[in-house]
Ligand binder design. Sequence first.
Ligand code: IMP
Ligand code: MG
Length: 179
Amino acid sequence: MDHSNYEIDPMITAKSIAARVEELAREISTHFTDTEKLIVVGLLRGSFVFIADLVRELELPCEVDFLEASSYGNSTESSREVRILKDLRGEIEGRDVLVVEDIVDTGRTLKHVLHLLQSRDPKRLEVCALLDKPSRREVDVKARWIGFEIPDEFVVGYGIDYAQRNRNLDHIGKVRFKT
Ligand code: IMP
Ligand code: MG
């Protein structure tokens, strides 16, 4: 029995996600084709499904590491701060690094993380985000690769949660509150 006060409307099918992940992996593999080793950095927790699918399509030597950032602060989103809750295990100095994010929304999380990682002097630092909500952007930050551009809707599934639920959906859906 589900007592939740919302429903989930399908938005992006599992099949189209898989097709897009394959394309992204091909582009990333081409871009980093000469790499000694790519450090793929997943931002926890939302990217865990995406990164699992993506790395299996990469035709590159790679390592996987994770970083957890969390935004908090008062209710006005523009003054939110970003904290690092879990840092990388490995060094990235002189390395090729690909940050894998679930959604770029205001862009604050990504901007903070990129600033931090850049300070460690990687050789190359690029970003692949599954979803982008460009209409929500508050700071100037760009992912080199984007899976899908979406409108300003609250989405779940394929690793992405609403109050920690629905990460296990195999597709992306949008949350609709019952009235
Ligand atoms: P930003 O710092 O505003 O770009 O926030 C990005 C983070 O907010 C993402 O990594 C998600 O964890 C979360 N987020 C943004 N939009 C959604 C959404 O529609 N559903 C679930 N989480 C979201
Ligand atoms: Mg996130």
